[in-house]
Design a protein around this ligand. Structure first.
Ligand SMILES: [Fe+2]
Length: 210
């Protein structure tokens, strides 16, 4: 991905009218598979569809606080594998996006604590997500799958979420450590509606989760 000419830190995300799929249409924390996942994201809407395209957020501090005690006990000192291949369902989607020609199927993965501590507030955060978290270290795959499934259901409960409706020139900033998000793709061609959407995005580098 390449940034804008005068502001290389800004990546313009263009979704064409005839796009078949859309990035981000599942709960995730951006690049959680990196050694230092993004700390915060700033997203500004340049052009938005007349309907749809809301972004949902879920609070992972609350998700940890309200998680079933038995599950908490099983995972509190464990790590999980986050893999970039979790995003394979949206590889090769954004045809208009500059710098996206080279397909990258290499896997990046890292292990992170399932419960991380927010470096600024000291709060505990449930740091796994449906898109990228593949396995709990030190558990067999079956048990890991079962527990992760329960966690993924829990962290998407509506009472943990809010929903952001875009207007033109809106700016949304989120702490990518303590929320997961879900870009609702209800406005594009694959759903019978063909609208272009243009967003400018800045990702701020974070630290290694502890
Ligand atoms: Fe995202």
């Amino acid at each position: 991905m390449k940034g804008l000419k005068e502001h290389p830190e800004i990546v313009r995300i263009i979704k064409a009218e005839d796009e078949k799929n859309q990035w981000g249409e599942n709960w995730h924390s951006d690049v959680s598979y990196n050694f230092k996942p993004t700390k915060a994201v700033i997203l500004k809407s340049i052009k938005i569809p007349p309907v749809g395209g809301d972004t949902c957020f879920a609070n992972m501090e609350l998700a940890w606080e309200t998680l079933d005690e038995e599950i908490k006990d099983k995972i509190k000192d464990k790590k999980a594998v986050h893999s970039s291949l979790g995003a394979e369902f949206f590889i090769e989607k954004y045809k208009k996006m500059e710098g996206n020609e080279k397909k990258n199927y290499d896997e990046y993965s890292n292990e992170h604590p399932i419960v991380r501590t927010h470096p600024e507030t000291g709060k505990k955060i449930l740091f796994v997500n449906w898109t990228y978290t593949k396995k709990i270290i030190g558990m067999d795959q079956i048990e890991s799958d079962e527990i992760l499934k329960k966690i993924f259901e829990h962290q998407a409960k509506l009472e943990l979420t809010c929903r952001f409706t875009w207007t033109e020139n809106a700016v949304c900033i989120w702490d990518n450590r303590s929320v997961i998000h879900f870009a609702i793709a209800d406005f594009y061609n694959g759903r019978g509606l063909g609208y272009e959407r243009i967003m400018d995005r800045i990702a701020i580098e974070g630290d290694h989760p502890q």
